[in-house]
Design a protein around this ligand. Structure first.
Ligand SMILES: Cc1cc2nc3c(=O)[nH]c(=O)nc-3n(C[C@H](O)[C@H](O)[C@H](O)COP(=O)(O)OP(=O)(O)OC[C@H]3O[C@@H](n4cnc5c(N)ncnc54)[C@H](O)[C@@H]3O)c2cc1C
Length: 380
């Protein structure tokens, strides 16, 4: 495995840096994080960054997951949330690309690749998060359409997105094998959105999503009835690499701030970075980042080579998000009282890091997946 960036990856990193310095930072300075950054999202499409690992045939970049992870990490390293926006937008693309019919691919992938449409992934319900098999949103077939009834919660891009991949139960008697997935468009009758949730971190755009006799054409079923749980879990395996990548970028961002501050800030007549207590903290922070980055690159490397990667993706997600939590906590500590202030960057990174430990399977669930696979191998 080669840990150096390819020429193409370096060019993309430079492109991201230019875009963030020239357009993203000025935009966020003017508009803040409150509203979904539509102009920036559209620009991602124009720059060819909205579908990096998806087929060129449908307007994607045709690049590998390793490159995708490098780009997402860079957006986060520069203190933006665009890496996470791309990661969520990537889930419907991945699902339609991997499991969709040619008609679904032709219809949805090109506008998603161009960022003309924004995507979302809707699995979680008020009473079913980690235990995703327990969802109760129902989908019943009536002639040429499914009627969906139920509710989702915490749906990133909810109310903003144009295309939702929705998991719903088509056969209650079959457990996980009775779950199916659907492509639901924002304007379909019976789809509505609840209040904006306000999770901690850099403003997340999540909302409840309601299905009140929501009519979805039969041709929007993904794969066969009963495939939905497998579809969702397959997408999350890849999604965990993207959560890991954005968490590493976030941790690196906090570390870079803390390192600089440790030189600037004086106490007892010297830079705080001259104290061994701070030096050891900095050393542990960068060690955690480097270790998580190596594992994340390995997960992407295995995925790119068509090798099993679900366990290593879970390990990457676990290590990277725990590293981000630790690094951002220590960054706040290094800033002292200023670290808690909204006038300084690290408190926002600290709050954002917590989200990573929860989304796309909490870190307890990652440990469950890792241990289950280890035991399965031993018993088989
Ligand atoms: C900002 C944000 C964005 C999100 N975006 C999306 C999205 O776009 N789409 C979507 O579908 N969902 C989304 N989610 C939901 C997220 O995936 C869930 O919150 C997550 O899966 C956990 O589910 P839960 O909140 O119901 O917690 P619960 O499942 O109720 O878990 C509560 C606690 O119990 C622990 N726990 C549960 N089961 C076990 C077990 N077997 N062993 C040990 N511990 C266990 C958990 O780890 C956790 O600590 C988002 C959430 C947030 C906060």
């Amino acid at each position: 495995m080669d840990y150096t960036l390819t020429e193409e990856q370096e060019q993309l990193v430079n492109l991201v840096e230019e875009f963030v310095a020239g357009e993203v930072n000025p935009y966020i300075e003017k508009h803040g994080h409150e509203d979904f950054p539509w102009p920036l999202f559209r620009k991602l499409g124009l720059l060819g960054l909205a579908a990096i690992p998806f087929p060129t045939e449908y307007g994607g970049g045709g690049l590998d997951y390793s490159t995708y992870a490098v780009v997402l990490e860079e957006f986060s390293r520069l203190g933006t949330r665009l890496g996470s926006v791309l990661a969520v937008h990537g889930l419907p693309q991945l699902i339609i690309n991997q499991f969709g019919t040619p008609e679904q691919q032709k219809k949805y992938l090109p506008p998603l690749s161009r960022a003309d449409l924004l995507g979302a992934f809707a699995l979680t319900e008020p009473h079913a998060g980690s235990d995703a098999q327990a969802i109760s949103t129902r989908a019943e077939l009536h002639d040429d359409r499914y009627i969906l009834r139920g509710q989702k919660i915490w749906i990133t891009h909810g109310g903003e997105a144009d295309v939702y991949i929705v998991m719903a139960v088509t056969d209650k008697s079959k457990g996980a094998r009775g779950i199916s997935s659907f492509i639901v468009e924002k304007n379909m009758q019976g789809l509505s959105f609840g209040r904006r949730e306000r999770p901690m971190g850099l403003a997340h755009h999540t909302r409840e999503v309601f299905f009140e006799d929501c009519e979805v054409p039969r041709e929007n079923l993904i794969g066969q009835e009963g495939d939905g749980f497998r579809v969702a879990m397959t997408a999350l395996d890849s999604g965990r690499i993207t959560v890991a990548a954005t968490s590493i970028g976030l941790a690196q961002c906090a570390f870079d701030h803390a390192l600089k501050y440790s030189v600037e800030r004086k106490a007892f007549g010297q830079s705080i970075g001259d104290f061994q207590g701070i030096q050891f903290m900095l050393a542990d922070m960068i060690a955690a980042i480097e270790a998580a980055r190596c594992v994340t690159r390995k997960a992407a490397y295995l995925r790119d080579r068509g090798m099993p990667f679900n366990v290593i993706a879970s390990i990457a997600k676990l290590l990277a998000t725990d590293a981000a939590m630790k690094v951002t906590t220590d960054a706040v500590q290094i800033y002292g009282g200023y670290g808690t202030s909204e006038d300084y960057p690290v408190q926002a990174l600290f709050r954002e890091a917590k989200i990573g430990q929860i989304v796309e399977g909490t870190n307890q669930i990652q440990r469950m997946i890792i241990a289950r696979e280890l035991l399965k191998k031993l018993r088989s």
